[in-house]
Ligand binder design. Structure first.
Ligand code: ZN
Length: 212
């Protein structure tokens, strides 16, 4: 992973592509919203794009249920299903700052679009899960984080089992509380079926006997 910048070094005069990545419950969306709000308050045109595959409610919700104020300052929230839509809408609407939430839901040509936005002097912030519930990388996101133009900040949750180590994995459970090890329909966003886990707890949980 490209870790060549720390979040505190991000300046409002630099033009940037910034990626906030990590497990579920790492507050990626909250951090993304904070940065978008910061630009909106400064009078810049901010657009947040949300992939249509993100199945959560109409208004983007952080886990505490709020946070985004860009619409109060003339910003917009737009749902998209392709990367091309991100580019054409950002250019047509003369965005100065673009946010993309849950970026892992967009196709892997997203990095090309981010570079095009950069070439049009548009600052980009995005949030994304870096791995799925089986700890496999999302291609869209690995393409982004290894690109030299992108400044990546890794965020972590706190392990929901030992409550002392960083939760870097997003484990998925079924209704009986069994961890899901097999490949099933890829991801649904839902607070109830996922739990963040550290490496040690994940290993222990994967070895548990299945409840019937
Ligand atoms: Zn743990």
């Amino acid at each position: 992973m490209n870790n060549n910048i720390h979040i505190l070094k991000i300046s409002n005069t630099s033009q940037l592509i910034v990626a906030f990545v990590g497990a579920m419950f790492a507050e990626k969306t909250s951090v993304l919203f904070g940065f978008l709000n910061r630009h909106a308050r400064a009078g810049q045109k901010v657009i947040l794009f949300r992939p249509k595959r993100d199945t959560r409610g109409k208004i983007p919700q952080t886990h505490d249920g709020g946070g985004l104020i860009i619409e109060k300052f003339g910003g917009e929230i737009i749902r998209v299903s392709t990367c091309k839509e991100v580019l054409s809408l950002a250019l047509n609407k003369k965005a100065q700052v673009v946010g993309i939430d849950e970026s892992q839901f967009l196709p892997s040509n997203l990095i090309k679009i981010l570079v095009r936005l950069y070439e049009h002097s548009i600052t980009v912030y995005l949030s994304a899960l870096d791995t799925d519930y089986r700890a496999r990388n999302f291609k869209t996101i690995s393409e982004i984080t290894k690109h030299p133009l992108v400044y990546t900040t890794k965020l972590t949750a706190i392990c929901n089992f030992c409550h002392s180590h960083d939760g870097v994995y997003s484990l998925r459970f079924d209704e009986k509380g069994n961890v899901i090890k097999k490949d099933i329909k890829r991801i649904i966003i839902g607070d109830k079926i996922y739990q963040p886990a550290c490496h040690k707890c994940r290993r222990r949980i994967l070895k548990r006997k299945k409840k019937k």
